[in-house]
Design a protein around this ligand. Structure first.
Ligand SMILES: [Fe+2]
Length: 395
């Protein structure tokens, strides 16, 4: 039996050690020998956006990410721009069509700005694909090597919900800045605000959540982390169901949501309509200092969902959360939510949608032992989201 104690290249680049990573994103021990689909960690979150050049500047100058690599017309890629950005162990790739016939532009016309690929680093691409295929997964890209002067990367891709895919990447024989075809590129930046990716949430259609939970169980060997269904996360008007699956050591966590019947349209239905089907709803960015991050991001123009003042004065909540590292007043003044479970507590806050459509958004999360996702906050959060939906006339 081997307990996986290795860091991915991105994590080493972020100068994170395993203890720090464990605290940041809540890792657990895991026996990789018994894992049919071993996953080392996140590789990249790949986006299609309407204007990658401006989005890259936004992620650099607002979200404190560092530009590390680039592909585009100047490097022989006539189809699109792709900017690779990094913050801590998190890698984003922002793609935007250049050629009027680029398939990325068709994708963007339908779905708007969003995530198309949650790429995972794996030690053995072929073994993962063989297992996935045997379990009925759609292999959208067969295992293949790509090489340049920095070495060779082995890649494959499998389909998941909507038009999202998981590219599987073995970069153990590669030293370049991202992938062959990309050149190193840097630009002046601003101080970072987050260090790791905690979880990526998918929204799927009514009645499809269990199908995708089963997909992650069978195809990728993921296990259930937590389950909250129906009434737990319903308000008077709107409801959703959510289950969470995770890779063996919990480095990769995928909550999956589906709409549930409510008196009005749920936020998941709104997402499905405006995204044009299932897709990534939010990405949770782990930070060691959520108070500083929120202050910095607000000063740089980021808008967070407001939290009702009543949330902080509620005696039930005060009793439930107990002692946290700062006075509740510090959380109240920033709208930061807090939740506690048997393992500890977490602090979290959600942004407004990042683009023009009411689809993908970010969460900031600072964990203190809790391995949860803020279940106690769902109701308070959804009520805040519904007030926003109402303002947009979609409720
Ligand atoms: Fe979340």
């Amino acid at each position: 039996m081997s307990i996986d104690q290795t860091l991915t290249g991105q994590e080493r680049l972020a100068e994170l050690d395993l203890d720090q990573l464990r605290r940041l994103v809540g890792l657990v021990e895991h026996d990789t020998d018994r894992d049919p689909f071993p996953v080392s960690g996140w590789d990249a979150v790949v986006w299609v956006v309407g204007n990658a050049t401006q989005a890259a500047a936004h992620f650099r100058l607002v979200w404190g990410m560092e530009l590390v690599a680039y592909s585009g017309p100047e490097t022989g890629n006539r189809d699109h721009h792709a900017y690779v950005l990094r913050s801590g162990a998190v890698r984003f790739v922002l793609q935007g069509g250049v050629d009027p016939d680029s398939p990325l532009l068709d994708h963007h016309r339908r779905h708007g700005d969003g995530v198309v690929d949650v790429a995972l680093e794996v030690p053995d691409v072929d073994r993962c694909v063989a297992h996935a295929r045997a379990q009925g997964a759609t292999v959208v890209r067969e295992p293949h090597d790509v090489s340049d002067e920095h070495g060779t990367v082995r890649l494959a891709a499998i389909a998941t919900y909507g038009r999202t895919r998981h590219t599987l990447v073995d970069r153990s024989r590669y030293t370049g800045p991202y992938l062959p075809g990309f050149v190193a590129r840097s630009a002046p930046g601003v101080p970072p605000v987050f260090q790791a990716l905690d979880h990526v949430v998918g929204n799927v259609e009514l009645g499809q959540m269990d199908r995708w939970v089963d997909f992650y169980h069978r195809v990728m060997g993921f296990t259930d982390m937590a389950e909250f269904v129906g009434a737990d996360i319903a308000t008077d008007y709107s409801a959703l169901m959510s289950k969470v699956v995770a890779s063996g050591d919990h480095r990769v966590k995928f909550p999956l949501n589906e709409p549930a019947a409510g008196r009005k349209r749920s936020q998941i239905d709104e997402y499905l309509q405006f995204h044009g089907g299932p897709g990534v709803q939010h990405l949770a960015l782990a930070t060691t200092d959520i108070l500083g991050a929120v202050d910095t991001l607000r000063a740089r123009g980021v808008e967070f969902l407001p939290t009702p003042d009543s949330y902080y004065s509620d005696p039930e909540l005060r009793a439930r959360i107990g002692e946290v590292r700062v006075p509740v007043e510090e959380l109240r003044s920033r709208g930061i939510l807090v939740d506690r479970d048997e393992d500890g507590y977490l602090l979290q806050i959600f942004t407004r949608p990042l683009g023009d459509r009411p689809t993908v958004f970010f969460e900031l999360i600072e964990r203190h032992g809790s391995l949860g996702f803020g279940i106690g906050n769902f109701r308070a959060l959804f009520e805040a989201i519904e007030r926003e939906q109402e303002r947009r006339g979609n409720f």
